[in-house]
Write a protein that binds this ligand. Structure first.
Ligand SMILES: *[C@@H]1O[C@H](CO)[C@@H](O)[C@H](O)[C@H]1NC(C)=O
Ligand SMILES: *[C@@H]1O[C@H](CO)[C@@H](O)[C@H](O)[C@H]1NC(C)=O
Ligand SMILES: *[C@@H]1O[C@H](CO)[C@@H](O)[C@H](O)[C@H]1NC(C)=O
Length: 501
């Protein structure tokens, strides 16, 4: 080839690549993804399903929950691919759904009503879990018994033990998180249902008081009911501050602001090496970069920054630490502490990596909006980050998840042409009651788990744990970390998708 034809073929290669990229981007439909991300929550519903249920292959389940302690604990969500109701991650999920509506509800269009339904499915249940003063129901279902069977939720005959907290056996992390969920939801409902909003706020305050007056970790009160599943690895002080921050935002009551201010030092400047989701993490001198069902730190700083940005006497440590979070994420920042795969997906230590990509994308967009409103930039060493840089980074994550990645694969079930077919999820793998109405016992599901066929039911909208850091994905039911969906991967993504829609 002469020089000219080399140049020409380079050009045509470039054009082909550009067109391929454009074709890929053009095929992303954020509106469709938003609808599906909310629909997913119907697939995780426990209890008596309403006539409005759209995910039809799911049926009523766990209708006797709470009976062992003479309480009505019917409802709520299964957290992931099993049939246990773990209230700690369920409450965080509800908080994030509410925050999604608070920030981005006005962009949700006809999906807003479903987002409200998804929140209410959580809050109605938490009102039941906290109906008796100084008792908080923290979990339903014995996880060891549940994990020993591969059963549809509709068939469950495993132990549905109710685990609850009292003054003598407290659990401050889960109680504070329930208070946060109720307070955030009271804000979300304030414009459309003032009465319900008031009920939620009143209860949030009661539950906060219980968590605060009787301090302790549910690790110790419930023991192997929660550990090693949703053990509280990093303590409950972050949930105390997070709960107080939401209560302050919901009530404007100065008492809660004082809680935030007088306790924030205890989490920001404690240990350098932190135990995050069971992994020891060296967190660049603080825990400002962590956000998930266990660790609320980064969320606290971003949330509180909204009201203290441009108020120098109150900015510290919230705004500096939120800025540190941003600098720990941006690919060109000198203090970046996350890694990116070749294909551009953000990675942190731990399992179910997409939980980090969705929750951090949420914080990036929310913080970018607060920066915009206050005309701010973030300085990361010699790099200046504008709000648009944060939003562009979040968009790369969203687009990767929806299919702009080396495998051309969507990690949201039922979205796009190519998505995970063998997710680790009992209800999705097993035939539905419509197909097989006969009761299926503890191990009757094994043949479906072991089969090479795709799952029987499409759990539309579920985002799975996601690919490995070399952008590969096994699509195997055995690879739990890659193929299991969870409610707390989806919840922040609801807000993110509404923004990009
Ligand atoms: C996006 O998806 C929605 C819902 O499936 C559909 O109604 C709409 O036409 C799609 N938009 C585009 C541009 O394809
Ligand atoms: C809960 O238990 C885990 C695992 O044993 C431990 O690492 C963690 O420190 C405990 N958390 C609290 C708050 O006691
Ligand atoms: C899941 O997949 C990843 C990446 O391919 C691999 O490193 C890991 O060992 C797999 N885990 C299991 C349990 O198969």
């Amino acid at each position: 080839m002469n020089r000219k034809s080399v140049e020409m073929s380079k050009l045509s290669l470039l054009l082909t690549m550009m067109m391929a990229t454009m074709a890929k981007s053009a095929s992303l439909n954020y509106s469709d993804a938003l609808t599906k991300s909310i629909l997913f929550f119907e697939g995780q519903r426990s209890g008596k399903l309403p006539p409005s249920q759209r995910m039809k292959w799911r049926k009523d389940s766990a209708l006797n929950d709470g009976q062992d302690i003479h309480m009505d604990m019917v409802g709520g969500y299964y957290d992931a691919g099993d049939n246990v109701k773990f209230h700690f991650p369920m409450a965080f999920t509800t908080t994030m759904l509410a925050w999604s509506v608070i920030e981005f509800g006005d962009k949700m269009g006809s999906d807003l009503q479903y987002a409200f339904e998804a929140i209410r499915w959580g809050t109605d249940y938490f009102l039941k879990a906290t109906i008796i003063p100084n008792i908080v129901v923290a979990q339903i279902g014995n996880p060891n018994s549940d994990h020993g069977c591969w059963e549809r939720p509709e068939d469950m005959d495993t132990s549905r033990q109710t685990y609850y907290l009292t003054q003598n056996k407290p659990g401050s992390e889960v109680s504070f998180e329930i208070a946060a969920a109720l307070a955030a939801s009271s804000i979300a409902f304030s414009k459309t249902d003032g009465q319900y909003s008031n009920v939620l706020l009143t209860r949030a305050k009661q539950v906060f008081d219980f968590a605060n007056n009787y301090r302790g970790s549910y690790n110790d009160s419930i023991g192997d009911g929660v550990c090693p599943f949703y053990c509280d690895f990093n303590g409950y002080m972050d949930e105390l501050i997070w709960g107080a921050a939401w209560l302050y935002k919901a009530s404007n009551d100065q008492t809660y602001w004082n809680f935030v201010k007088s306790n924030i030092q205890s989490i920001e400047f404690s240990s350098i090496v932190r135990n995050i989701n069971g992994f020891k993490v060296l967190a660049n001198g603080g825990s400002f970069a962590e956000f998930g069902w266990d660790s609320k730190h980064a969320g606290i700083n971003v949330l509180v920054s909204q009201s203290v940005m441009n108020n120098p006497s109150n900015e510290n440590p919230f705004v500096p630490n939120a800025n540190n979070l941003i600098c720990s994420l941006l690919p060109n920042s000198p203090t970046k502490s996350v890694t990116y795969s070749k294909g551009g997906l953000l990675f942190k230590v731990g399992s179910s990596n997409l939980q980090h990509a969705t929750s951090l994308s949420f914080l990036l967009i929310v913080y970018a909006r607060y920066m915009q409103a206050n005309n701010k930039e973030v300085q990361c060493g010699n790099v200046v980050a504008k709000p648009s840089d944060l939003i562009n980074l979040a968009k790369t994550q969203v687009d990767y998840i929806l299919g702009n990645n080396p495998l051309g694969m969507s990690y949201m079930v039922g979205y796009g042409q190519k998505y995970p077919q063998k997710i680790h999820h009992r209800g999705s793998i097993l035939p539905s009651i419509d197909v097989n109405p006969k009761h299926m016992g503890c191990r009757d599901g094994d043949i479906y788990f072991q089969s090479s066929a795709p799952n029987m039911n499409v759990l539309t909208g579920a985002i799975v744990g996601g690919p490995a850091d070399d952008d590969s994905f096994q699509d195997s039911r055995y690879n739990v970390s890659q193929s299991e969906p969870t409610t707390y991967i989806n919840a922040p993504f609801v807000g993110v998708l509404a923004y990009f829609k």
